[in-house]
Design a protein around this ligand. Sequence first.
Ligand SMILES: *Cc1c(COP(=O)(O)O)cnc(C)c1O
Length: 365
Amino acid sequence: MKFKKQIKGLEAYQPGKTTEEVKRIFNLDKVTKLASNENPYGTSPNVKAFLENAKVNYAIYPDGYASKLRTAVAKHLNVSEKQLLFGNGSDDNILIVSRAILQPGLNTVMASITFGQYKHNAIVEGAEVREVPLTNGEHDLDKMYEAIDENTAIVWICNPNNPTGSLTPSDKIKEFLEKVPSDVLVVLDEAYTEYITDEKYESSIGLLEKHPNLLIMRTFSKAYGLASFRVGYAIGSEEVIYQLEPTREPFNNTVLSQEVALIGLEDQNFIEACRVKNNAGIKQYEVFCSERNLHYFPSHTNFILMEVKADSDAVFQGLMKRGFIVRSGNALGVPGYLRITIGTEEENTELLQKLNEVLHEEGVI
Ligand SMILES: *Cc1c(COP(=O)(O)O)cnc(C)c1O
C-alpha cells in the first residue's frame, strides 16, 4: 500500500479509559471522569428540553453551511457570517487548516508542550514541526518569532494553553502579530476562552480587523458542555475563510449538533454560572497544592496541571482504583504532574481527599 512515508510509525490518538471500563476493572459502583476537560455541570438545561421533543427527519442531510448557527455566532461575536468556518469540533478545524496549508518543504511553529493535534496533523501533511519550549507554562513568543523563516506557514498559539492552563497576555499577542510576516497564518486556539476571568485579558476578536492572517478557534465542547456533538468554529478574515472552505467536508456538522449549539450559545447565563463555579473549584486545588508544597500552574481554564512529587502513572492508578479518572502527566509530556479537570465542588473535595491518600501511600506527604 502506498501510504505517506510520514504515516509509518505515527500513533493514533490514545483515548483514556471510559468510566464503564474503570467500573468493571476495579469493581466500582461510581466512577468520576475528570480527564478530558468536559463540563461537570453538563450543558444548558434548554438543550435537554429541546432533545426530549426534537422532531428531526433523519433521512435528510444537514445544512452544510450551518446557516442558522452561523447567523447566531456571527451576531454573538459581531463579525460577518463569511468570517466563520464550522468544524466537527476544533479538532476538525485544525485538520482543515493543516490540510489546506501544510505540505513538505514548509514548516509550522508551535509550543512544547501544547495541544497534540497541531503536531499530529503537521506530521500527516509532511511539514516540518518546530517546537519552542514554554517558559513557566506560557508561550515564549519571542523565541517562536525567531523560529519563523520564509518557509513557515502556520504558527499555533494555544491560549490558554493545554495542558498548562496558562494564559499568554493579550499585549504580547498583539505585539507578536505586529511582527509576524503577513503570509504566515497565526492560529489562536481559544478552546477555554469562556473560563477566563483575568481582568487584563482582552478579547482577540478585535485583532482580526488589522491582522487578516489571524485565525481564532473556539469550540462548543468545553464550557458549553456539548463535546459529544462535535461543533467548533474558527473566526478569521473573509479571504482566509474562503480559502479554507474547499478543504472542509460538505456536511461536517449534524442536524442535531447545529441545533443544540445554537441553543447552548443563547444561554449565556449558564456559561457565566459555570465560569464562577469553575473559578471557585480552581481555588480548592490551589489551596491543596499550597498546603502540601506542590507546584501548580495558575489556571485560566477548567483544568489544573499540578505536581505530585511521585511517578504520575502511579498516582493516576491510585486515583483510578478509588474511582477518579484524571490525566497522567506522563501521557502529556509533563512527568511528575497530573492534569485534573475541575469538577463540581463535591467532586473536587472527594478527589482531593483520595489524592491525599494516594500521596501518603507514595510517601510524598
Ligand atoms: C479540547 C480541545 C480542542 C478540541 O476540541 P473539540 O472542539 O472537541 O475538537 C482543541 N484545542 C484545545 C486546546 C483543546 O483543549
